[in-house]
Design a protein around this ligand. Structure first.
Ligand code: 5GP
Length: 174
């Protein structure tokens, strides 16, 4: 397998800067809880929060897993939950990629039940052609086609998360 660069590091940095400024402008100085969705969202979260240096914020993480064999029913479980209550707080979920939409639909449902003041979703990547449930993130870094990508937090069997760019694995035979 070969790795082709799909989104170079400098393009990611530019876009993350834009997203950070837009998000901070919309929050207008109100404190926010930035929630990184583990594990893929950590690299994006780390860069995004530094693109919002004047924004009062706390950060937390949660993890969700969809179970094998149950994809058709969309069974997604929160495997690591937030440490603090979110009622009456502005919350932003920070995700690496939205694919079928199942994971964020489930997480959003669970968090909305806790009555946050607002709940927004920002994702670095979006594959809208793969949706199985309607889901529209509030902010998207890059829309991509139906390709399996790695890097900048995204893995293949645990590997490649530390690449500074987003790449696509392609077979050597092509
Ligand atoms: P969804 O529930 O929207 O189908 O899936 C979201 C999760 O699927 C992401 O958080 C990510 O872990 C995984 N995923 C979806 N597409 C890709 C991809 O192209 N590459 C990688 N590495 N993971 C993906």
């Amino acid at each position: 397998m070969k790795l082709h660069t799909l989104i170079p590091a400098d393009a990611i940095a530019t876009r993350v800067g834009e997203l950070g400024r837009a998000l901070a402008a919309e929050l207008a100085g109100e404190p926010v809880l930035m929630v990184g969705v583990l594990t893929g969202g950590v690299v994006f979260l780390a860069d995004l929060i530094r693109a919002m240096p004047d924004q009062p914020m706390e950060i937390e993480f949660l993890a969700a897993r969809s179970y094998a064999g149950t994809e058709s029913t969309g069974t997604v479980h929160i495997t690591q939950d937030l440490a603090s209550p979110i009622a009456h707080r502005h919350v932003v979920l920070v995700e690496d990629i939205v694919d079928t939409g199942l994971t964020l639909t489930r997480i959003r449902e669970a968090l909305l039940a806790r009555r946050p003041r607002s709940l927004r979703v920002v994702t670095l990547l979006d594959k809208p052609s793969r949706r199985r449930v309607p889901f529209t993130p509030d902010w998207v870094g890059f829309e991509i086609e139906d390709r399996f990508v790695v890097g900048y937090g995204l893995d293949l069997d645990g590997a490649y998360r530390n690449l500074p760019y987003v790449g696509e694995l392609v077979s050597d035979e092509v």
